[in-house]
Write a protein that binds this ligand. Structure first.
Ligand code: FES
Length: 104
């Protein structure tokens, strides 16, 4: 099952940055990697750090609390793929960023 939901507009997320948004009762982090958008869950699996305040470097986000890093495509922690964040499918329609919060 999949359900594309508008979470934000592209102009709300600067290139090379990320930002947290509320959608459907969840906090979703959107990333702008050179105009390509990614979406993940917001809680770091280490101690719940806010990934929306993280640093984006290519397709990797670094948690602001203790610097764990995650791949934005697979959701896997760089140092140990056993730790994961959720990654959601993203679609750009005009200026709208739609995210599939149901299917992954
Ligand atoms: S809470 Fe994210 S690295 Fe510790």
């Amino acid at each position: 099952m999949s359900e594309m939901l508008k979470v934000a507009t592209a102009s709300e997320v600067e290139a090379g940055a990320c930002k947290a948004f509320e959608a459907d009762g969840k906090t979703i982090v959107l990333y702008n990697v050179d105009g390509e958008f990614f979406a993940t869950s917001s809680k770091c699996p280490h101690q719940g750090g806010p990934l929306g305040d993280g640093l984006v470097d290519g397709k990797t986000v670094t948690c602001p609390w203790h610097a764990w890093q995650f791949d934005l495509v697979t959701g896997e922690a760089i140092f140990d793929p056993g730790f994961k964040i959720d990654c959601f499918k993203v679609e750009l329609r005009g200026d709208d960023i739609l995210v599939d919060l149901v299917g992954k």
